[in-house]
Design a protein around this ligand. Structure first.
Ligand code: SF4
Length: 173
């Protein structure tokens, strides 16, 4: 059995394939995404929400005697109360900014059945996650599922130059 700091799924697969261990275990990756096993088994690695190795609310909380939480999974520790449920009346949602906060809001809104458009001046997703991922050991923040997978749940990215341009596009409809 092998365990190490935040084992990436592809490395776990290699360890098993090479016969270096009979069993691998996920710790923080399982906290960040409890569905990681099912998603990998179904061939959907792009949907896995990775742990960013921040240690803020998991081991960090443990040091202060607080309950388990997670910086990228707001449902951890609140499984009985924070369920994402379908909205009674689906709406059209416009979100300005494809950074981590905007994308998380978009993801939850889409899972609730709303039609979501994300406006951003960049033609890529992630916003400040890119400079945040400059240190090699922080590269794990980039492949976050909400950053690289627009298909599940489906989101539309609308490139704009300014917030004003995004608002104009909305008001002209
Ligand atoms: S709090 Fe940070 S380190 Fe802990 S599981 Fe969540 S993302 Fe990973």
């Amino acid at each position: 059995m092998g365990a190490c700091g935040n084992l990436p799924p592809e490395l776990a697969e290699k360890v098993l394939a090479d016969g270096d261990a009979d069993f691998v275990a996920f710790g923080r990756p399982l906290t960040a995404d409890p569905e990681i096993g099912r998603k990998l088994r179904e061939g959907r690695p792009a949907d896995v929400r990775p742990s960013t190795r921040c240690n803020q609310l998991c081991t960090g909380n443990a040091f202060f005697g607080k309950a388990l939480g997670c910086a990228v999974n707001p449902e951890v520790g609140f499984e009985g109360t924070r369920k994402i449920e379908r909205a009674d009346k689906p709406k059209q949602i416009a979100i300005i900014g494809a950074g981590p906060a905007g994308l998380e809001a978009a993801r939850v809104a889409a899972l609730r059945g709303h039609t979501v458009e994300v406006f951003d001046k960049n033609r890529y997703l992630g916003g400040v996650l890119w400079p945040a991922a400059t240190p090699v050991f922080k590269r794990a923040v980039l492949p976050a599922a909400s950053v690289r997978n627009l298909e599940n749940p489906p989101l539309a990215l609308v490139p704009v130059s300014t917030i004003g341009e995004a608002l104009q596009a909305l008001f002209e409809r």
